[in-house]
Design a protein around this ligand. Sequence first.
Ligand SMILES: [Zn+2]
Length: 85
Amino acid sequence: MIALEFSVAAALYLSLVTGIFFFYWIFFDRSPASGGEPTADKYVWQCSICTYCYIDSRHSAVSVCPRCGSYNKRQDSIPQKEVKG
Ligand SMILES: [Zn+2]
């Protein structure tokens, strides 16, 4: 029988569980079937009038800005992903 200390066994167990979650996240959460982007990006809206960024998970085509009340239409590319530096 293989002699194994409790701390080594606990470390191996935690590494295995962490590895399983990591590979699941890499290969399934960002698969092309989900659009290749994280699910939360579908709910992020940016107002075309006041440029306010907000989250609306109830609407998919047209959303109302909570700050100025204007209607916003879903665009293919989300402009707030650009990083200006
Ligand atoms: Zn607005």
